[in-house]
Write a protein that binds this ligand. Structure first.
Ligand SMILES: Cc1cc2nc3c(=O)[nH]c(=O)nc-3n(C[C@H](O)[C@H](O)[C@H](O)COP(=O)(O)OP(=O)(O)OC[C@H]3O[C@@H](n4cnc5c(N)ncnc54)[C@H](O)[C@@H]3O)c2cc1C
Ligand code: FES
Length: 263
């Protein structure tokens, strides 16, 4: 599939490191599906759709730096949408968003709101000014906030705040954020034997984005995160590599950094 040309129509600076780029391209996608974004002359990187016509980018390296500096009128190439996306289940749900992990969860919140579901969202970040989409999530249901430095909301990690809720009372929990945060949430759910009621959106190094190259497979199932995911049920991840290691562009194993370094 050739990339489609998209022109940037609006640039929204959400936080000091996170920028939303609205495009003149509206995509029909399930919440949690992603696109491959071609930054011409540089790279092609996976990005969740935060709106049908927008991506929300956190500046972490070369490609995201260029994307974060884009202006109205600039263009990018878009392939997709790809992947499976989240499935809404039950009537009382919890969304857990760490950092830019809020991007794929926002369309889910909007869909759940439209369906009249009872929704609680936990939004976490290192600092108060890095909280993503707090206001947008609060238009769809209750929101609780956690920051590492205590500058807003609960002072501590998202996982600590999650632990203060009666998780048993939720029909389904949806999680996206730094890998060790997701692993922390999975451990909490497993301890209460409710991991089958959860869905996690995973990040792995993507090359083709369509299930052909094998770059994004996870151990031990061999499932491809780009094609079989990026959303996986919690019980599918219990004995997986999640939270232990991932692979870089060359396929070399990278052992996960410490929890507090990954947020
Ligand atoms: C399904 C999925 C959805 C994502 N959605 C978002 C989103 O909505 N917003 C957002 O800001 N980020 C998202 N990411 C992460 C984003 O793709 C990386 O941050 C981006 O590729 C970094 O590129 P870079 O050149 O700026 O950084 P680099 O300096 O090249 O790398 C920085 C980090 O990004 C990772 N990375 C680099 N290239 C890729 C690649 N091709 N595939 C996966 N990871 C890569 C590296 O492993 C490294 O850990 C998503 C990733 C996946 C897999
Ligand atoms: S990125 Fe090629 S198979 Fe997933």
């Amino acid at each position: 599939m050739k990339p489609r040309n998209a022109i940037i129509t609006e640039v929204i600076h959400e936080t000091p490191t996170i920028t939303t780029l609205k495009m003149d391209l509206k995509l029909e996608a399930l919440p949690g599906q992603f696109v491959m974004v071609w930054v011409r002359g540089l790279d092609e990187v996976p990005m969740a759709l935060s709106h049908p016509d927008a991506i929300t980018v956190q500046r972490v390296g070369e490609a995201t730096n260029v994307l974060s500096g884009m202006q109205v009128g600039d263009s990018i190439g878009i392939r997709g949408p790809f992947g499976n996306g989240f499935e809404l289940e039950g009537t009382r749900i919890m969304l857990i968003a760490g950092g830019v992990g809020g991007a794929p969860l926002l369309p889910l919140a909007r869909l759940a709101y439209a369906k009249g579901l009872d929704m609680t969202t936990i939004v976490g970040a290192r600092t108060g000014d890095e909280l993503l989409f707090e206001q947008q999530f609060s238009q769809c249901g209750r929101v609780s906030v956690a920051t590492d430095d205590g500058s807003k909301g609960y002072h501590g990690f998202v996982t600590e705040l999650v632990n203060q809720f009666d998780l048993e009372s939720f029909d389904q929990l949806y999680v996206c954020g730094p890998e060790l945060m997701m692993k922390g949430v999975l451990d909490i759910l497993q301890a209460q034997a409710i991991e089958a009621r959860s869905q996690f959106s995973l990040h792995r190094y993507f090359k083709c984005g369509i299930g052909v190259c094998g770059a994004c497979t996870i151990d031990p199932s061999g499932q491809r995160v780009c094609k079989d995911g990026p959303v996986f049920k919690g019980d599918m991840l219990i004995y997986s590599e999640l939270g232990k290691y991932h692979r870089d562009a060359t396929g070399k194993k990278i052992v996960q950094e410490r929890f507090e370094d990954s947020l």
